[in-house]
Ligand binder design. Structure first.
Ligand code: ARG
Length: 457
């Protein structure tokens, strides 16, 4: 028999009760629910709404319920719907009728909003710690391979030489924007909703500032109707998580490519790969593939929540109970992804010779040849055209730029001189000496500032 069916004459249909129950997933909110209730009871006593003695009994009861849950001793009952009712009913069972005073000046609508915000705040802070740890792993890898030159790609075609460190620092920038997004969403999550009641506010003399302070919130909500119906903070976390997963999946894809026999730029530690059941030569990058694969569920959850919230009339509607599973799954997926990916990056081996060989192959210095002609007075567009013809000539002859004679060069432009042979991968890198460019000097500075920001020095 449910404890919230006072005006009804019959029990809920069994399938309806199962359909509406959320305890099988919202039990995870118990630490926040109990923490919120303890502070609420203290506030009620402080304000004289209940007596100090009553508050003490309630708080002791809640503390022992927390221990019961932690020890797996409390059997949650689906007929009690959710974590809030399971705890409250257990409290009344343990301490008697006085337990029923806990819910004074409160509704499950502001209670669930509080619990979810407490959960979200913790999720954001763990996410930020993991993101910084991941950035540190990338910076260390960049630092350890500071002088390795790789082919930079556009359209996955070898384009211009870049430092591997520069490439890795591009990811550090992406994850910095992710950190900024999560930190920003924390500002709007950090709002205490208790006191909103079911929707209209409560009629008791409560102290909302006290609740906020004791529960670690920096603000209290300013509109009770909004406070019980707002799930923007969950959407924001899921949106930030989706973009972060996109970034992770791009690196995962590169790791998959780089560890293939065709590239052989890196070698993944065995601990992060699996073998094939029939092809003994294989070492599959399953962790990286799953990082790429799990993006789908993370943005699936975002779209699901946006769709659930769309068109909902104010204030609370039961539809909103659908916010939790997706949110929990998003947090779990992102945090485990960051953890395993950090380990994979920390243990991978770079094959500098293979990377540098690839950086020197083909006509990767074509842009530099065009720049050379520009420096001698040729307009860039015609310089581009001259080098394009030179490349197709060299390809036909099966020669690299270095193997062409000066006469062959001069056949394309009289501006070519002996110094054309001093164009190398190294000179190409050094020439890109702009802020944000791949010149070793610039990358050195970028590395130093990343290390400083991440407190690695
Ligand atoms: N289990 C509910 C949820 O997650 C808690 C709030 C229930 N409120 C209500 N009026 N039925 O949203």
């Amino acid at each position: 028999m449910s404890h919230i069916r006072g005006r009804f004459h019959k029990d809920a249909d069994k399938s309806a009760a199962e359909y509406t129950a959320s305890i099988h997933f919202d039990w995870r909110l118990y630490p926040y629910d109990i923490a919120g209730s303890i502070v609420h009871a203290r506030m009620l006593a402080k304000q004289g709404v209940i007596s100090e003695k009553e508050a003490e009994i309630i708080i002791d009861g809640l503390t022992s319920i927390r221990a019961e849950i932690e020890q797996g001793e409390l059997d949650f009952k689906p007929e009690l719907e959710d974590i809030h009712m399971n705890i409250e009913v257990r409290l009344i069972e343990k301490v008697g009728e006085v337990g029923g005073k806990l819910h004074t000046a409160r509704s499950r609508n502001d209670q669930v909003a509080l619990d979810l915000r407490l959960f979200a705040k913790e999720a954001v802070s763990v996410t930020l710690v993991r993101l910084r740890g991941f950035q540190r792993a990338l910076v260390s890898l960049a630092e350890a391979n500071k002088s390795v030159v790789m082919p930079g790609y556009t359209h996955l075609q070898s384009a211009q030489p870049v430092l591997l460190a520069h490439h890795l620092l591009a990811y550090v920038r992406m994850f910095q924007r992710d950190i900024d997004r999560f930190s920003d969403c924390l500002k709007r999550t950090d709002v205490m909703p208790l006191g909103s009641g079911a929707l209209a506010g409560v009629s008791y003399n409560i102290d909302r500032e006290f609740l906020a302070r004791e529960l670690g919130f920096s603000q209290i909500s300013q509109n009770s109707i909004d406070a019980v119906s707002d799930r923007d903070f969950v959407v924001e976390y899921e949106a930030a998580a989706s973009l972060c997963m996109v970034h992770l999946s791009r690196l995962a894809e590169e790791i998959i490519l780089w560890s293939s026999a065709e590239f052989n730029f890196i070698e993944l530690d065995e601990a992060y790969t699996t073998g094939s059941s029939i092809m003994p030569q294989k070492k599959n990058p399953d962790v990286a593939e799953l990082v790429r694969g799990k993006v789908g569920r993370v943005y699936g959850r975002l779209i699901a929540l946006l769709t659930t919230l769309k068109g909902l009339p104010l204030a609370y509607n039961r539809d909103m109970q659908e916010d939790k599973e997706g949110f929990f799954d998003t947090v779990d997926t992102l945090l485990s992804t960051l953890e395993v990916f950090t380990g994979m990056v920390k243990t991978l081996k770079v094959n500098p010779e293979n990377i540098e060989r690839a950086a020197k192959q083909g006509y990767i210095l074509a842009t530099d040849l065009a720049d050379y002609l520009v420096n001698k007075g040729e307009p860039f567009r015609t310089a581009h055209d001259i080098v394009a013809r030179l490349v197709s000539y060299a390809m036909e002859k099966g020669k690299s730029f270095g193997q062409l004679s000066l006469d062959e060069y001069k056949g394309f432009s009289p501006l070519f001189g002996e110094d054309v042979y001093s164009i190398t991968v190294e000179s190409s890198l050094a020439a890109r000496d702009v802020v944000g460019g791949t010149a070793p000097k610039q990358v050195e500075q970028a590395l130093a500032s990343a290390k400083k920001r991440l407190r690695m020095v």
